[in-house]
Design a protein. Structure first.
Lengths: 112, 117
């Protein structure tokens, strides 16, 4: 079965420090992986995607994600966190021509 | 380009009533998907439409239905509302939903917050 796991409900990081939001996946076949961010009372905003090619994917707002096939992971990273990065982050998997499968979400809190 | 729009943004209904939510995708996008977001269940897929045809359906009861029009606008309907239907309903559009073209990201609207009392 196709699934996405975000093992941390909450991540706290100090402003200026690097941040990592973890995501692991399970899929048969090639994974199409996505990260989305949701601010309060808003829809989801696309950050980045991995389809094929370089394992390090760069996205919006300085975020990047590293695809690791052997560890079936797609962790979201940012070198220097901002208070404005505080939001709910979702990892998602698209297994072929089927709907997106979302993780439960990780709430990121960046403390000034 | 204008983003995905959803109307209304907020809605309060009573148990047993029905509701219709509307979604206008980004211009040129032919694929529209609907999701239900709740604190307990997270994001759950409802339906996906492409060129007026339902291509995928999530695990929801028959009270939940949808459709897509020739201009790609979509509506979803929930009949006989229950308290548990209170949620944020998100619509997303994608540049294409054609078979074989599955790598495109989805663009989400702001959602409709439905409260059932």
């Amino acid at each position: 079965a196709q699934s996405v796991a975000q093992p941390e409900d909450q991540v706290n990081v100090a402003e200026g420090n690097p941040l990592t939001v973890k995501c692991t996946y399970s899929v048969s076949g090639n994974p199409y992986l996505f990260w989305y961010v949701q601010y309060p009372n808003r829809g989801l905003q696309f950050l980045l995607k991995y389809i094929t090619g370089d394992n390090l994917v760069k996205g919006s707002y300085g975020f990047e994600a590293e695809f690791n096939k052997s560890q079936t992971s797609f962790h979201l990273k940012k070198p220097s966190a901002l208070v404005s990065d505080s939001a709910l982050y979702f990892c998602a998997l698209k297994p072929g021509n089927t709907p997106l499968v979302f993780g439960k979400g990780t709430r990121l809190s960046v403390i000034a | 380009k204008a983003g995905v729009t959803q109307t209304p943004r907020y809605l309060i209904k009573t148990r047993g009533q029905q509701v219709t939510l509307s979604c206008s995708p980004i211009s040129g996008h032919r694929s529209v998907s609907w999701y239900q977001q709740t604190p307990g269940q997270g994001l759950q897929f409802l339906f996906e439409y492409f060129s007026e045809t339902q291509r995928n359906k999530g695990n929801f009861p028959g009270r939940f239905s949808g459709r897509q029009f020739s201009n790609s606008r979509s509506e979803m309907n929930v009949s006989t509302l229950e308290l548990g239907d209170s949620a944020l309903y998100l619509c997303a559009s994608s540049p294409t939903g054609a078979v074989g073209k599955t790598s495109y990201e989805q663009y989400f609207g702001p959602g409709t917050r439905l409260t059932v009392t």
